[in-house]
Design a protein around this ligand. Structure first.
Ligand SMILES: Cc1cc2nc3c(=O)[nH]c(=O)nc-3n(C[C@H](O)[C@H](O)[C@H](O)COP(=O)(O)OP(=O)(O)OC[C@H]3O[C@@H](n4cnc5c(N)ncnc54)[C@H](O)[C@@H]3O)c2cc1C
Ligand SMILES: *[C@@H]1O[C@H](CO)[C@@H](O)[C@H](O)[C@H]1NC(C)=O
Ligand SMILES: *[C@@H]1O[C@H](CO)[C@@H](O)[C@H](O)[C@H]1NC(C)=O
Ligand SMILES: *[C@@H]1O[C@H](CO)[C@@H](O)[C@H](O)[C@H]1NC(C)=O
Ligand SMILES: *[C@@H]1O[C@H](CO)[C@@H](O)[C@H](O)[C@H]1NC(C)=O
Ligand SMILES: *[C@@H]1O[C@H](CO)[C@@H](O)[C@H](O)[C@H]1NC(C)=O
Length: 488
């Protein structure tokens, strides 16, 4: 009731008094900038502005800071339900933040074993050789539009014909190897199928190691360092943070000038000179038609519809102690017969990648992606647990007794109304909408051309989308737009 009443009053006052009068919050205070969302982009933008002396209010819908960075105490240490690695070190805001604060992050080695569904150890050499080749091939995409899956399949066939003709007639191996590669591509891209991804993605890797880990510090340390709250730091004096504050409406002056009004689900209203929106593409897809008044321009609405965000998920188990061999990854290679036996639960065949994290010694991750990841978020916990443990035993239990786990947690990036996905990828519409990410990131201006609603977040970074460093760069980009040096 209260909420509706307040909204009504607010709308009436907009109507009667116009923008300038109504955007005075209950306390009468107005901020330089309001940040919507405190993930990597919002945290970077908020701390950049606050360090420059601006008064900043950060409104975060969830009860924690971090967004798609979510470090959780688990097992004998911590695990990451969201971002895990610093992908590349050269010119990385994330890596540089660690180094500047004397925190040693180190690479996770990529050693792995392959297990077959009959419990024998698989031929790692061939799989490693082929995956390495395909990873390299994807760096040299064709000139004209092509689906990533089709392109990589073609490259694989050419390679096998030349190097391993005997494999070409091994249909069982080939078909599962293609499924496995599809799965691995989807784990990188957050896609549901490698043919939903363009072979000509704009993504650019930073130089340096792609698997740098925050290990027992956890990725959350990055956000604490930015906010100056690490080790009981006191934060920034001009930055006010409010959690559990879901923003439902942003009123901005389009044909006029003046302040921006931000309305929250609990009825509170805040005002500022400008607002930086950092919510995910998934949240924008669901809400853009109600979140902004007046509505965002058509070209921005179109790219929100056309860009893609997918799902990558983790189900994490802890055990009394580690019982697995001393490598970091375990690839599960399914035989056609064992696949057939799972036909009532086809998602089980998508259990293909189990990994050991660096933040704890007695936990294992089971990775999932696409529709399987969405399904795993919604299945009953005991079903997920029993099917996954059964599968771990099938593949890894030949020589060791796989014990029962002591606990289990799983991510819910798709179900979560404040993320609605894990990260974005370049889909097949990229050729039709080559500037989609740039348009997504364009600010909304008032009648005098001054930016009123700005957009940051992973999806708005032209070449480092899908990462924490990209999200952070985007937050810095939009904060800089509001600082004097840029107002030349
Ligand atoms: C499983 C997984 C693994 C990943 N692995 C890696 C990795 O290894 N390395 C890497 O670099 N990246 C990785 N990523 C990607 C990385 O986590 C994201 O790109 C990055 O964290 C996105 O930051 P952001 O600030 O753009 O968005 P978010 O982190 O989503 O921040 C947006 C914030 O807005 C809040 N919000 C949403 N709606 C509202 C509202 N209405 N009102 C107020 N607040 C709202 C959200 O709660 C959230 O806190 C991974 C992501 C996932 C999910
Ligand atoms: C990092 O270590 C160096 C050398 O020990 C020291 O001079 C510097 O003050 C430290 N920086 C931080 C942020 O702790
Ligand atoms: C390294 O990172 C990639 C991409 O995030 C991931 O698919 C792979 O499993 C990682 N390797 C290890 C050993 O963790
Ligand atoms: C099990 O042990 C045998 C004998 O040591 C070994 O040859 C085999 O590779 C092991 N299998 C697995 C899956 O580790
Ligand atoms: C932070 O403060 C808490 C509570 O005062 C204290 O227990 C803890 O030791 C402090 N941590 C550090 C790193 O100073
Ligand atoms: C805003 O300005 C444009 C261009 O000057 C005009 O076409 C439009 O009708 C105006 N809209 C409102 C709501 O005043």
């Amino acid at each position: 009731m209260r909420k509706h009443f307040f909204k009504l009053i607010f709308l009436v006052s907009v109507f009667v008094f116009g923008y300038a009068v109504c955007y005075v919050s209950k306390t009468g205070q107005s901020y330089d900038t309001i940040i919507v969302g405190l993930g990597s982009a919002g945290t970077t933008a908020a701390s950049t502005l606050a360090k420059a002396g601006k008064t900043v209010l950060a409104l975060e819908a969830q009860d924690r800071i971090g967004g798609r960075v979510w470090t959780v105490p688990f097992g004998d240490g911590i695990v990451e339900l969201g971002a895990e690695w610093i992908h590349g070190t050269e010119h990385s805001r994330v890596y540089e933040t660690a180094v500047k604060n004397n925190i040693s992050v180190f690479p996770q080695d990529t050693s792995f074993k392959v297990y077959n569904s009959d419990g024998t150890e698989g031929s790692k050499e061939l799989i490693e050789e082929l995956l390495t080749y395909l990873l390299e091939a994807s760096d040299h995409p064709p000139e004209k539009l092509e689906q990533l899956g089709k392109f990589l399949t073609k490259k694989l066939m050419e390679y096998l014909k030349e190097k391993h003709p005997e494999v070409l007639i091994d249909q069982d191996f080939l078909s599962e190897f293609l499924d496995l590669t599809n799965f691995i591509v989807n784990s990188y891209q957050a896609s549901n199928d490698w043919n939903d991804v363009t072979a000509q993605s704009d993504y650019e890797q930073l130089e340096g190691n792609q698997n740098m880990s925050w290990h027992r510090y956890g990725f959350k340390t990055f956000l604490e360092l930015l906010l100056n709250t690490y080790n009981n730091g006191t934060g920034w004096p001009t930055l006010e943070i409010k959690l559990n504050k879901e923003v439902t409406l942003i009123n901005w002056p389009k044909n006029s000038t003046g302040k921006v009004g931000v309305v929250c689900k609990d009825g509170s209203v805040y005002t500022a000179d400008n607002v930086i929106v950092t919510v995910s593409l998934g949240v924008l897809k669901e809400r853009y038609s109600t979140l902004f008044s007046p509505p965002i321009p058509d070209n921005k609405a179109t790219v929100i519809d056309k860009l893609s965000i997918g799902v990558v998920g983790k189900t994490i188990f802890s055990f009394q102690q580690a019982w697995w061999p001393d490598v970091n990854g375990f690839i599960f290679f399914w035989s056609p017969k064992d696949k057939e036996e799972c036909k009532d639960d086809p998602w089980v065949v998508q259990i293909k990648d189990v990994a050991r994290p660096m933040g704890s010694s007695n936990t294992l991750y089971v990775w999932s992606n696409g529709d399987t990841a969405k399904l795993i978020e919604t299945l009953p916990e005991d079903v997920v647990k029993s099917k996954m443990m059964e599968t771990l035993k099938k593949f890894m239990g030949k020589n060791v007794t796989v014990p029962e786990p002591t606990a289990m947690i799983r991510s819910n990036w798709y179900t979560n109304p404040f993320t609605r996905g894990s990260y974005t990828y370049d889909n097949l519409l990229k050729h039709e909408y080559p500037n989609a990410r740039a348009i997504l990131g364009e600010p909304l201006l008032d009648a005098t051309g001054s930016p009123k609603v700005l957009f940051a977040g992973e999806a708005t970074d032209l070449v480092h989308f899908s990462t924490v460093h990209g999200a952070s760069e985007s937050g810095f980009r939009e904060a800089s737009r509001l600082l004097p040096i840029n107002k030349v």
